[in-house]
Design a protein around this ligand. Structure first.
Ligand SMILES: Cc1cc2nc3c(=O)[nH]c(=O)nc-3n(C[C@H](O)[C@H](O)[C@H](O)COP(=O)(O)OP(=O)(O)OC[C@H]3O[C@@H](n4cnc5c(N)ncnc54)[C@H](O)[C@@H]3O)c2cc1C
Length: 497
């Protein structure tokens, strides 16, 4: 028996690859699920047309706002994707708005579904060839539907599997995309956001950021029935506390609702998410600390010079509208990835909050407001330090002094794009490392791994039957979105190891 720990994107992709090779697979998972009350709210909304949704239903789903951004993105009003499972070791994460997931489907229950593959240049220094990753992208994208359309991004960022449908663009985004196509800005490539959404069924109700009532945003959770049908056993309610191995096999020490239990098998694939896997493997390997890399996340509001008509009435989706890639050595040696967002109920609430007594002006601002969410390569980003502390783990963040200068150049570059919208530089928000959830690299894959590192199959130094398959094994964290590559790498290890 091969065991996979975790049911997030990494676990599901790895399990699919193992099953494709005819292996016997059991998935062990903490496996928290949406509470019945919130599930009932979702089903009720799915059964109605948006015009019949009530103010009360909307209010139950709204996220709590922090000073600069929402505290936690919720799933149909619930924070269950961030909640600790009973028996889980304590995790002191000193970055507000960040938590590990113990949910069925992990953090993909709340993710933004943005997907862009890494290129060979992004994986410089990885002991993994582009050919193997390209093959894995093809397999993963045959399982995960991706909305998108041929555009300028395609030359450098192939689709691997051609999308069958696309999401409707907002009027603001259409105008911006036309500008990019006409202006041909040096060092900038822009196109439509690629999103893991069943786009053909989207009714553009604008509820994406609170959880799609129709479940059209892909979660790893949706894959479970197919994997079970292919023969996988799924055991929820299991919190794994340690993994050991000897010449005969692996022993997985876990806490179940019935008490402690040891699962014995041939191999184990650890996909507990970067914090879950780091804590588990530090403890299992007798190590005290690890450094976690991060792709620096920042937000920057843009103010349009002209008002867009009817943004608050427009039927639109509220995920990323456009991807903008900055490939300009004068800004940063590596790619900078930007996602552009237009109107959403969250933006409306944030603006109303900032305006305070002047909130009557919000319609005026919303017609001009856009938000950039951007990411940098881990080489110019802050880092996190994970340290075992008793039974648990403490994670602290450390900024990189280089980040601020890079961000200044990025803001200047955005200004030079002449988007018809001015970047509001004083409102640039450089989050703490980890806040963008594009983190990994605590057990980096190396050509010749040493203590605390892994080989190209995610096997920690000294282990032959234990594979770490989530972002914990990334040698760097490039700026492009992380999860598609997490899935591809997990698939590759499951299929090739
Ligand atoms: C708000 C938000 C938006 C995001 N948007 C995007 C985006 O647009 N694009 C993108 O690429 N990425 C995005 N991400 C990041 C993305 O969600 C993660 O990269 C992805 O979920 C990681 O997958 P994973 O399988 O490695 O881990 P997770 O999704 O964290 O899953 C971990 C799994 O392990 C299980 N587990 C953990 N510990 C144990 C244990 N001890 N025993 C048993 N089971 C355990 C959990 O139950 C869970 O099933 C976003 C994240 C957030 C929070």
């Amino acid at each position: 028996m091969e065991y996979v720990i975790g049911s997030g994107p990494a676990g599901m992709a790895c399990a699919a690859a193992l099953l494709a090779r005819g292996r016997d697979v059991t998935m062990l998972d903490a496996g928290l699920t949406l509470e019945p009350g919130h599930a009932a709210l979702r089903s009720a909304m799915a059964a109605q047309v948006p015009e019949h949704w009530t103010a009360e239903q909307h209010a139950m789903r709204r996220m709590k706002l922090g000073a600069e951004m929402p505290e936690f993105k919720l799933s149909h009003g619930s924070d269950y994707p961030y909640r600790a499972a009973p028996g889980a070791p304590s995790l002191a994460l000193e970055v507000p708005g960040v938590a590990a997931s113990y949910a069925l489907g992990g953090l993909s229950n709340v993710w933004g579904a943005a997907m862009l593959p890494y290129r060979a240049a992004d994986m410089a220094g990885w002991p993994v060839g582009m050919e193997a990753m390209a093959d894995a992208y093809r397999h993963v994208l045959s399982l995960v539907p991706m909305a998108g359309q041929a555009d300028a991004l395609e030359a450098d960022w192939p689709f691997y599997v051609r999308p069958r449908a696309d999401m409707p663009l907002s009027r603001q985004a259409v105008a911006l995309l036309k500008h990019f196509e006409r202006a041909k800005i040096p060092g900038v490539v822009a196109g439509r956001a690629r999103l893991a959404v069943r786009a053909a069924e989207c009714i553009a109700c604008g509820e994406c950021l609170n959880g799609c009532p129709r479940e059209l945003i892909i979660s790893a959770r949706h894959r479970l029935p197919a994997l079970r049908q292919a023969g996988m056993h799924y055991i929820p309610g299991v919190v794994v506390r340690g993994v050991a191995e000897d010449a005969d096999g692996v022993m997985i020490h876990a806490l179940t609702p019935e008490g402690g239990r040891v699962f014995a098998g041939e191999r184990v694939f650890v996909a507990a998410g970067v914090y879950g896997s780091t804590a588990l493997m530090l403890r299992s390997l007798g190590l005290a600390r690890a450094e976690i890399l991060d792709s620096q996340y920042f937000t920057l509001p843009l103010l349009g010079l002209k008002a867009a008509k009817g943004v608050m009435q427009e039927r639109l989706h509220t995920l990323a509208q456009l991807f903008v890639e900055i490939e300009d050595a004068a800004v940063e040696a590596r790619n900078v990835h930007l996602q552009l967002y237009g109107y959403s109920d969250v933006l409306e609430a944030m603006i109303a909050r900032k305006l305070g007594p002047l909130k009557g002006l919000r319609a005026l601002l919303l017609a001009r407001a856009l938000v950039v969410q951007g990411y940098l390569h881990s080489d110019v980003s802050g880092r996190l330090e994970a340290r075992l502390e008793g039974e648990g783990m403490r994670v602290t963040a450390r900024r990189n002094p280089a980040t601020r200068e890079v961000l200044k150049r990025v803001v200047r570059k955005i200004g030079q794009m002449k988007l018809g919208a001015r970047p509001l530089a004083p409102l640039l928000h450089e989050t703490l490392p980890g806040r963008g959830y594009h983190s990994g690299g605590s057990f980096p894959m190396r050509e010749a791994p040493g203590v605390g590192e892994t080989d190209d199959m995610g096997r920690p130094y000294g282990r032959v039957r234990t594979h770490i398959v989530d972002s914990s094994v990334f040698p760097t964290v490039p700026a492009a979105t992380i999860t598609l590559s997490v899935m591809a790498n997990a698939w590759r290890i499951g299929f090739e190891s």
